[in-house]
Design a binder for this molecule. Structure first.
Ligand code: 3HC
Ligand code: NAI
Length: 648
């Protein structure tokens, strides 16, 4: 017996435990071990029934995603399918005992068993679409037989896991076990040992309403714009509704193989590992001590201060917000209240009770972290750091949310630059997952480790960025925005540029982004992050001078109605044309390909410079920043991955 799968007997019940830390992925040894153990239990005359359970923190998190990056991936999946067939065909009842999570191949394994028990805190799901795949080991065929077509489509095409209660209600599990799961599963196995075996594959699917599939396709095209796997998942579930089980499995396998070969799944799998690589930092390990963060203080209740406060509250950390005027404080709290308006009133009240707005520094000496979020102005920030340095307790992390200023210059006014770090949240800070973590020259490793742990606790991704103007993200967005503007000067329209990049998969076009963020803000970012260049965009300063700051003034590169819906503005078209002609720029027709290439390659080139300068630890960190902070399409892997891709 291999060490990844243990076989024991509890009197008349065989107990098979999977022990493949950290998440019991179905790695090659596990798959063979599990199949062998099922066969062994069937051959064991003393065993009347079988329990399969996971050791450690979870049941099975799915197939081992590393295996999909190897040329042997086809064989690997075939082995999983053979293992699941052996489970389903077992002559002795197989009871699956789920704790933690049964995801992807984990849920498929569970569904191949004859019964499923679940711990109250566990979750089940088919998240393969997030990796550009579909369930490939029978999930799209067994799930509709257990939970119905509508639920199966929802789970396979949208990927969100569901909780134990929902899994019970959907018919995916038979019972929730409070208390000792293993003991409960063994007792249950004895109850069912003499019953006739019931196999999911024998179940019939009730007539499925075709509207379920068409509605799901419409929704998938919206939610997963540009992605193929969600549509393939819907096709596979539809096949379950139309074909006998064996034929349905074949169709699922074909669709799975297409997804596995696609550039999209390569990109999404890369992104999965890239997100997990960000915490691997030279000089910092899991044994690096961190400071406990139980209380936070935020200075400034503006757009960012309010958003950051909500992010902390969502993670259960109480915050104190300090402002300079009652008016600003009231405005900030009103924004927070507006945000909470869609919550249940009790929940909103609970959250509000965790925020203490005030005009003094009272209580700030109790904070474990202080985050400064005042105006983007060095002197203003230095003044705040000077003040908080006097008050903060020893061991308090002093963070700045600056989006471009030098962390060392900010830290220099304190007596403890080793405690200072940049935490560059993105707007809206309660929603956006990215935090650029910017270390100063003196920042202690413990402070960096605390920032990383905090990011995780806030449900965010913290990526280390070097202390250079604009850090990583804004430095890159600056060159991208410049290129978009050069294209306008050379003859493309605002709408052409926005549409080309939207169609490429960006969440919005570059000029739409300028109008959202504010053209004045983008101008300031350019002033700080932009290299001294031979050519500079000509129109942006003029737009700003005209007060066309973007959505906030109703006009920017486009004009906006009261619902912030954009439409082309002939005034802007004329301004661009006149400015370009006056500067002697030759205007011409510019193709969509050229628009995409020039803007995306600008990102790639700047990313390369950032890497060369050591401002990013690895190319994949740059990609994570772009995927989580700047709306780059996940299925293209990020600008650096895109640049290295095989030809599409
Ligand atoms: N394969 C390989 N490695 C995996 C993995 C998987 N399915 N799931 C997690 N890991 C690794 C991570 O890379 C990480 O490694 P590291 O420590 O070296 O960086 C480690 O396990 C811990 O993972 P997390 O940091 O993500 O731990 P969390 O506790 O935050 O989350 C989890 C745990 C919810 C299980 C999360 O890891 C997760 O969502 N995993 C992926 C689940 C998934 O997508 N399953 C489907 C796989 S595809 C499939 O099954 C195809 C089938 O249909 C044939
Ligand atoms: P904002 O103008 O909305 O808010 C700033 C707030 O700070 C105001 O309410 C002001 O009254 C308050 N303030 C000023 N001086 C203060 C002091 N000495 N003590 C206490 N409060 C003070 O600005 P915003 O947009 O929230 O930006 C804050 C910081 O976050 C800036 O450094 C900015 O660069 C950065 N940032 C902004 C992003 C955005 O999209 N708005 C994104 C990421 C970072």
């Amino acid at each position: 017996m291999n060490t990844l799968v243990r076989f024991e007997r509890d009197r008349d019940v065989a107990v098979i435990s999977i022990d493949n830390p950290p998440v019991n992925a179905l790695s090659p040894g596990v798959v063979e071990g599990l199949k062998g153990a099922i066969e062994g239990a069937n051959a064991d005359a003393e065993a009347r029934a079988i329990v399969v359970i996971g050791s450690g923190r979870t049941f099975i998190a799915g197939a081992d995603v590393h295996e999909f990056q190897k040329p042997t991936s086809g064989e690997y999946v075939a082995n999983i399918r053979a293992c699941l067939a052996a489970i389903e065909n077992s002559a002795k009842a197989v009871v699956m005992a789920i704790h933690g999570a049964a995801l992807g191949g984990g849920l498929e394994t569970a569904m191949a068993g004859h019964y499923r028990l679940i711990a109250p805190s566990a979750q089940v799901g088919q998240p393969e679409v997030k990796l550009g795949l579909i369930p490939g080991a029978g999930g799209t065929q067994r799930l509709p037989r257990q939970a119905g077509v509508a639920k199966a489509v929802e789970m396979c095409a949208f990927g969100a896991p569901i909780k134990a209660q929902d899994a019970l209600a959907a018919g995916i599990v038979d019972r929730i076990v409070d208390g000792d799961l293993r003991a409960g599963a063994v007792a249950f196995a004895r109850e069912v040992a003499d019953k006739p075996i019931r196999r999911t594959s024998d179940r019939q699917i009730a007539n499925a309403d075709p509207a379920i599939f068409s509605a799901a396709r419409d929704q998938a095209r919206k939610k997963w714009r540009g992605q193929t796997a969600p549509l393939a998942a819907i096709d596979a579930v539809e096949a379950a509704a139309k074909l006998v089980f064996a034929e349905g499995l074949k169709r699922e396998a074909e669709l799975f193989d297409e997804c596995l070969r696609s550039q999209q799944s390569k990109a999404l799998i890369y992104a999965f590992f890239a997100e997990r690589a960000v915490t691997k930092i030279p000089g910092i390990s899991s044994s690096t001590p961190t400071y406990d963060i139980a209380r936070a203080a935020i200075v400034g209740a503006g757009t960012m201060g309010g958003g950051i406060a909500m992010a902390f509250v969502n993670a259960g950390i109480p915050v104190l917000i300090k402002e300079t005027s009652q008016e600003a404080l009231d405005r900030g709290m009103a924004n927070i209240r507006r945000n909470y308006a869609r919550l249940r009133p009790e929940t909103a009240e609970q959250k509000l009770a965790m925020i203490t707005p005030q005009l003094t520094f009272d209580g700030v000496d109790q904070a474990d972290i202080i985050i400064e979020a005042v105006f983007e102005n060095l002197a203003a920030k230095q003044q705040v750091f000077h003040e908080i340095d006097v008050i903060a307790k020893p061991g308090c992390v002093l963070a700045t949310n600056t989006s471009s200023l030098d962390i060392d210059q900010i830290a220099s006014v304190t007596a403890r630059p080793e405690m200072v770090i940049g935490l560059h949240f993105f707007s809206p800070a309660n929603i956006m997952r990215l935090i650029e973590i910017v270390r100063g020259g003196a920042t202690r490793p413990e402070v960096t480790a605390t920032a990383l742990a905090l990011a995780k606790r806030l449900g965010k991704i913290g990526v280390i960025a070097g202390n250079c103007p604009g850090f990583i993200g804004n430095r890159m967005i600056n060159v991208y925005g410049r290129e978009a503007q050069f294209l306008l000067e050379e003859g493309a329209s605002v709408e052409d540029v926005n549409q080309a990049l939207f169609d490429f998969g960006m969440a919005m076009g570059p000029l739409a982004m300028f109008d959202l963020v504010g053209n004045d803000v983008m101008r300031d970012i350019a002033a700080i992050s932009g290299p001294a260049a031979a050519r500079n965009p000509l129109v942006l300063p003029r737009l700003c001078a005209l007060g066309r700051l973007g959505q906030k003034t109703g006009k920017g590169w486009s004009q906006y109605d009261e619902n912030r819906k954009p439409s082309p503005d002939p005034e802007v078209a004329a301004l661009i044309e006149n400015t370009a002609r006056a500067a002697g720029i030759q205007r011409r027709v510019i193709s969509k390909e050229e628009i995409v290439d020039r803007c995306i390659l600008a990102l790639v080139n700047e990313g390369t410079r950032i890497l060369e300068e050591g401002m990013a630890l690895r190319a994949s960190d740059i990609d994570v920043i772009y995927l989580t902070g700047y709306g780059f399409p996940a299925w293209r892997g990020g600008p650096m991955f895109y640049a290295k891709r095989e030809s599409p």
